[in-house]
Design a protein around this ligand. Structure first.
Ligand code: EPU
Length: 335
């Protein structure tokens, strides 16, 4: 059913009060295609929405918002060592993780508690606590908006990178993802390189993917604000990847900055560190601000608008640029 002038407050984790000229939540691929064909007939632009946890609405959407609602979860096949799990794009990401962990299928547990939907997860190759979905994606299915032609991309065809994929680059705005298939481990090994996980496990009776999931949920709830209580979209910026010379130059003045190795000759810098050292941690500007515990997260208080967040983010970008010579790129999609 098409809704007109539909309010999107509930559909974006910043909680911005904007509306869509049309809104539809189709629960089958056939119906998603019908909605897209109808949008073509009406000549209105199409915006695909997942959980709304990585978008920043700055104005009303003068087009149709399509929110795929295929919510099936299935085991496709099994071997002794692997389980292939396939899910509709509308499945809530953490429901998928919870289901896999409960069945002792390993690979997604470090990605526990990330907001959003399964269909949106490959777009920015969601990652946290030493894991990225690129390590377990088997294939991504969808179709091209213009021609309605279906595709199935293998993991390598998705061209995954740090918070990136072909869906965020060459195919941005050109496709809808309808299904994702994961190759998980039937004999899971836990990934605990991120220091705080080990700390948490010290006080646990076992070392299992179930306890890793508990660790991640505990770490995330301590560090990241709950969108139900304070509007936010997780990390607002990406961690910048800079040439070694730039990283070492910054380290001379700030010896305590941790550097993470990236592709050869490059380092990933913690944006949170740069933002904190530029004096932004916990700063509030009217109805928006920088989170007190994790400065990579921008927060929206009651009455805030997308434009206020954009303006705060620009001030931060300029000041980090002035102090460190590094430009922070937004991770969030600004619409
Ligand atoms: N840091 C500070 N001050 C702070 C917080 C952090 O200086 O107040 C520095 C510390 O040096 C710390 C470093 O930043 O060692 C890294 O911090 P953290 O481990 O919290 O991770 P992050 O790099 O800030 C990334 C992801 C998060 C993900 C965490 C955990 C990006 C853009 N963000 O944040 O993802 O949960 O790692 O793996 O890569 C998201 O994408 O929305 C998101 C929350």
């Amino acid at each position: 059913m098409w809704l007109e002038n539909h309010n999107l407050k509930k559909y974006n984790t910043f909680g911005f009060d904007v509306s869509a000229r049309y809104f539809v939540e189709p629960d089958s691929v056939v119906d998603v295609k019908k909605a897209v064909a109808e949008a073509h007939r009406l000549k209105v632009p199409i915006f695909v929405l997942g959980g709304g946890s990585n978008v920043l609405f700055t104005k009303n959407i003068d087009g149709i918002v399509v929110k795929p609602a295929m919510k099936d979860l299935d085991v496709l096949k099994r071997s002794e060592t692997q389980v292939w799990v396939t899910v509709g794009a509308g499945v809530v990401w953490d429901h998928l993780v919870e289901w896999c962990v409960a069945n002792n299928w390993g690979g997604l547990e470090n990605l526990s508690h990330i907001p959003g939907t399964a269909g949106a997860a490959p777009v920015q190759n969601i990652g946290a606590y030493g894991a990225e979905i690129k390590d377990v994606v088997q294939s991504v299915e969808g179709f091209y908006l213009e021609t309605l032609e279906s595709f199935t991309f293998s993991r390598s065809e998705c061209a995954f990178g740090y918070r990136s994929s072909i869906f965020k680059t060459d195919l941005y705005g050109k496709v809808i993802i309808t299904r994702v298939t994961f190759a998980l481990s039937a004999t899971p090994r836990i990934e605990t390189r991120y220091g705080q996980i080990e700390e948490y496990l010290k006080n646990q009776p076992d070392r299992s993917i179930q306890s890793v999931r508990r660790a991640i949920i505990s770490i995330r709830t301590q560090k990241l604000p709950d969108p139900e209580k304070m509007g936010n979209a997780g990390s607002f910026f990406k961690n910048p990847v800079v040439p070694e010379s730039v990283a070492l130059h910054i380290k001379e003045s700030y010896p305590q900055i941790p550097l993470y190795e990236s592709e050869s000759g490059y380092y990933k810098l913690p944006a949170a560190f740069l933002i904190e050292k530029a004096g932004w941690k916990g700063v509030r500007r009217g109805d928006v601000g920088v989170h007190t515990d994790q400065p990579l997260v921008l927060v929206a208080f009651t009455g805030a608008t997308g434009a206020q967040i954009v303006s705060l983010s620009q001030e931060i970008q300029e000041s980090v640029k002035d102090q460190f010579g590094v430009w922070l790129e937004p991770e969030v999609n600004i619409l």
